[in-house]
Design a protein. Structure first.
Length: 502
């Protein structure tokens, strides 16, 4: 078979990413050559690709579902919000400008050509390309400059299915309204619907689906049930709700739990870093936004940020900065990652991400940071001399460079160069993804338990983040196979926009 499909959503976080990943794995299992594509993404959760750029985390997961390494081809335009009004524009994996909502329009024509070129190239190379929309196609105020939804579907002659999240309530109205608000030309591209996160008796929903078909002339191709097991690799920060647990905590292997407080920064990036900790039995990870939540935590994680100095000021306003400094003075474990690592140092000289030229850091690490215009983008590997020289791997995405480090190293690159910092119970690194290195993560948790006096905590010997991610992809493919009218969807893909026009 050959063809392409666009999966649009009634809202952000409706389930587009997971449906695309599930369809990609389902097709790959059937021996179909398949690739993912998201023309334009807005997310601070990104990964470094083999071709030396960065793309949205969700597209990396979708590539894995296809059996492919992540590539900038799968997400040629990425917007990384640095404030409520501005974003860093990343094109083919490289940062090219900082844009606002108004001046972004100036880039649209060039970006349209980039998107078309990459999608055409993928369609020539792969039998099927499953495209993911962005936000909702019902944002008709943006239709004239749209790159990722109906604008893409029109330009590339893509049939469209629309997914809605029933957990939000009003899903039938969402699906009907999304279709009805579009122009007749765009409506003709909508072939049908999928409902996500359904709980309960499908028989109760069936009359509503039949009425929806009568009203719109379009079928519902499937109803995906809710699954507690789907939580890894969130596309953006919508899932990082303050005071909410990360993942699904599993009972401890020993007699005690380990408690991790991950600070939910306003411009948090790469939230997925802490998910690896939440994969471990007996490790309860929570997002926190106020100082009292740090008091009873065994480990505090200060994650990455797309606006380091702005988020550092937020820590000070909320009292979290004082709590971190006090915790360091008490010799209680803290881990800073990328922007969070930079905040723990003595000084930060910026001029790239913010208008503030220089600021004092929290001073719990003996570290000075200077931002440079050229971003560090690299996939890295090495060892951890601080934790038994275990092999570690990760990736770097940052403008800030270490210009002075008076502390011992946490990690070493493969060439023996030191990386990161250790000062008492305070640890820091620029490496994202390092917690997915299973031996390193186990050593970190064992060390944390020792520091916290939790002798009853036992690290499970067999937790594998890679295996858990693979298990989620298998689950997604099974959900697609079991709950979608796969033959009908494959017919839509193969026959294109001529199938089922209303």
């Amino acid at each position: 078979m050959r063809g392409a499909l666009l999966v649009a959503g009634t809202t952000s976080d409706a389930g587009k990413s997971v449906l695309v990943a599930g369809m990609c794995r389902m097709l790959a299992r059937r021996g179909v050559s398949v690739a993912p594509f998201k023309a334009q993404n807005m997310s601070n959760n990104s990964v470094v690709t083999l071709d030396g750029g960065e793309i949205g985390r969700a597209q990396a997961l979708q590539a894995a579902a296809c059996g492919l390494e992540p590539s900038v081809r799968f997400n040629p335009v990425l917007l990384k919000p640095g404030s409520d009004r501005t974003s860093q524009l990343v094109v083919r994996g490289r940062a090219v400008a900082n844009v606002s909502a108004s001046n972004y329009i100036e880039h649209r024509q060039a970006l349209r050509a980039v998107v078309a070129e990459e999608l055409n190239s993928l369609r020539k190379q792969y039998d099927v390309v499953i495209c993911e929309g962005a936000g909702s196609p019902a944002e008709i105020n943006l239709r004239a400059t749209d790159l990722a939804n109906m604008g893409l579907a029109t330009a590339a002659a893509l049939p469209v299915i629309v997914i809605g999240d029933i957990d939000r309530g009003g899903v039938l109205a969402h699906l009907f309204g999304t279709t009805a608000i579009l122009s007749p030309e765009d409506q003709a591209l909508i072939k049908g619907f999928v409902i996500n996160k359904f709980r309960g008796d499908p028989a109760l929903l069936a009359p509503g689906l039949e009425q929806l078909r009568t009203l719109t002339g379009r079928p519902t191709y499937g109803v995906i049930p809710y699954s507690d097991d789907l939580w890894l690799d969130a596309e953006d920060s919508l899932g990082t709700v303050a005071d909410a647990p990360v993942g699904r905590p599993r009972r401890p292997a020993g007699s005690q739990w380990l408690r991790v407080a991950a600070i939910r920064l306003p411009r948090i990036s790469n939230t997925t870093d802490v998910e690896a900790l939440a994969c471990e039995p007996g490790v309860a990870v929570n997002w926190v936004t106020e100082p009292s939540r740090l008091t009873d935590a065994d480990l505090v994680v200060v994650p990455g940020s797309k606006a380091t100095l702005s988020d550092l000021e937020w820590l000070r306003r909320n009292g979290l900065a004082d709590a971190i400094v006090q915790r360091a003075a008490q010799g209680r474990p803290i881990l800073g990652i990328c922007g969070g690592y930079q905040m723990l140092g003595r000084s930060i000289t910026d001029g790239i991400e913010s208008q503030t030229s220089k600021s004092d850091g929290l001073g719990v690490l003996d570290l000075d940071i200077e931002f440079q215009r050229e971003k560090v983008l690299d996939r890295v590997a090495g060892t951890s001399p601080h934790f038994g020289d275990n092999a570690v791997a990760g990736y770097e995405i940052h403008h800030g460079r270490v210009v002075r480090n008076g502390d011992g190293p946490l990690l070493q690159y493969s060439d023996g160069t030191n990386e990161g910092s250790v000062r008492g119970a305070v640890l820091g690194t620029h490496w994202h993804g390092v917690l997915e290195s299973d031996c390193f993560r186990r050593q970190l948790l064992s060390w944390t338990a020792d520091q916290a006096g939790r002798g009853g905590f036992v690290v499970a010997p067999d937790t594998s983040v890679a295996a858990m991610r693979e298990g989620q992809l298998k689950l997604l493919a099974d959900l697609v196979e079991d709950n979608l009218d796969v033959d009908a969807v494959l017919e839509v893909i193969e026959r294109g926009i001529d199938v089922g026009s209303a």
